[in-house]
Design a protein around this ligand. Structure first.
Ligand SMILES: [Zn+2]
Length: 465
């Protein structure tokens, strides 16, 4: 088995690892590079391999930084199967169609700007991919169940295990039986934290000869969930006192649904009945439907909440905003609105319009409840930028900003170490999906505590197994 690392090597986006095994070539994930404009330009560069020579893709989950370059892969000649959990297959449609619509709308805007004689980059006139590219991807998708070993090709067996990160998320176990002794590669995908809301906790694979382990939060321990829940409650009470609105940038998949789940569970103690709650994301609304279709994947607590009287997606003061007019109407509200909108890192989507309108006023609050990658608007806001540029406007930031850490969808350092140790032995590790500092911290912990042989993924690193 031979593994090459093409993305999420020293960064957290663009996950893509190539595996040669049993005479086949596979990709583990094929994710979009996200961040600033310069980073995102790299999505248009040719793949560092020939897509036509890839036999299959195994997809860990439906976040765009893991699946968002699939349409380009297919456009450039890939036509093999894309294996993934059946719930991810369901979400993939939502994610990719939404991304294609946004890309097409951006390209149209660029064309209009050019028609007005304004300077426009040539690249911006063509959408990165279109809805028809997405249809071509969806035709190749094959749904799997957790814990069911499936032969992909002779000598190559895959088993998905619940990663507890978002609905349908999986760690991938790939066994090559073509050689004299079977070899097992385990790719963690993105791992959820212990006690992750709605979903079951990450499952630990029984054995591995090599582990590719994510390291997003490899350098920190999350706060206790109970402390985060208290903090959120306090923030909503403070925000009510200040008489403004609350904006929560949130990923459409996972975080938005989790927030509503917490709202349902703490509806009374957080005083939520007096607010108008807006879920301003057509994509998050489509994802809600997917969650409702896969309640069999929920943990026991969540199944109880879904069966109870306050169904998270049907709170009586929850407004689901599908069309743009509903979204724009929110701009007229001076106080009493909780606005959940994407994108999670503020580099696209409707949240930018809300930030533009809400950031200039001190009475408003912005709650960051997810990871903000370097180069994104979200990161600049979290880092305390006194002003930001949004949609061509320079905005002075007077709203109160809060980073609520404990809601992360990623395992923290102790959870990553526990997951690794659970596999047993001193399995060699390659750390992926992490910026430099967290990766270095996790690496020294695994070496010190477990005597693990740890390497860090670099672009074009080759690892034999
Ligand atoms: Zn993810």
């Amino acid at each position: 088995m031979r593994i090459r690392f093409h993305g999420a090597a020293g960064e957290v986006t663009g996950s893509c690892h190539e595996v040669e095994a049993a005479g086949r070539r596979l990709l583990l994930d094929c994710g979009l590079i996200q961040g600033g404009r310069e980073d995102e330009r790299r999505n248009r560069e040719p793949f560092p391999f020939d897509p036509a020579k890839i036999d299959a893709v195994v997809l860990s989950h439906a976040h765009l930084d893991h699946c968002g370059r699939l349409p380009l892969l297919v456009q450039q000649g890939f036509d093999g199967p894309i294996w993934t959990h059946r719930a991810t297959a369901d979400l993939l449609r939502v994610m990719l169609e939404d991304a294609a619509r946004l890309a097409e709308a951006d390209a149209e805007r660029a064309a209009r700007r050019r028609a007005q004689g304004r300077g426009v980059d040539e690249d911006d006139l063509t959408p990165l991919f279109t809805l028809s590219d997405v249809q071509a991807v969806l035709r190749l998708v094959r749904g799997l169940e957790y814990r069911v070993a499936t032969t992909l090709f002779p000598g190559l067996v895959v088993t998905l295990r619940d990663a507890g990160h978002i609905l349908g998320s999986a760690s991938v176990e790939l066994v090559d039986t073509s050689g004299p002794a079977p070899k097992t590669l385990v790719y963690s995908g993105d791992l959820g934290p212990k006690g992750t809301p709605i979903l079951r906790d990450a499952e630990i694979p029984p054995k591995a000869d090599l582990v590719l382990l994510e390291s997003t939060y490899g350098d920190r321990a999350h706060r206790q969930q109970a402390a985060t829940v208290d903090e959120l409650g306090r923030l909503f009470h403070d925000a009510w006192r200040d008489g403004g609105n609350v904006v929560i940038p949130a990923f459409a998949v996972g975080r938005s649904q989790e927030l509503l789940y917490w709202f349902a569970r703490h509806y009374d103690d957080w005083g939520l009945s007096r607010w108008h709650i807006f879920l301003d994301s057509p994509m998050a609304i489509r994802v809600i439907e997917a969650y409702d279709r896969h309640t069999d994947l929920f943990d026991e607590e969540a199944r109880g909440v879904w069966a109870g009287k306050s169904h998270p997606f049907r709170l009586r003061n929850l407004h689901l905003c599908v069309d743009q007019a509903q979204s724009m109407a929110i701009n007229q509200i001076r106080s009493g609105a909780i606005i959940i909108a994407g994108s999670g890192m503020c580099n696209g989507g409707r949240v930018r319009h809300h930030l533009r309108h809400q950031l200039p006023y001190e009475r408003n609050h912005v709650l960051f409840v997810g990871y903000q990658a370097q180069g994104t608007l979200g990161r600049r806001l979290v880092d305390g930028a006194p002003w930001v540029r949004i949609l061509g406007y320079d905005i002075t930031v007077r709203a109160q900003r809060h980073t609520v850490g404990g809601l992360s969808a990623h395992a923290d350092q102790p959870a990553l170490a526990r997951w690794y140790a659970g596999i047993g032995g001193r399995t060699p590790v390659v750390l992926v999906h992490g910026e430099e500092a967290p990766r270095a911290a996790l690496s020294s912990l695994l070496q010190r505590e477990y005597g693990a042989h740890v390497a860090s993924a670099k672009r074009d690193l080759v690892r034999d197994l």
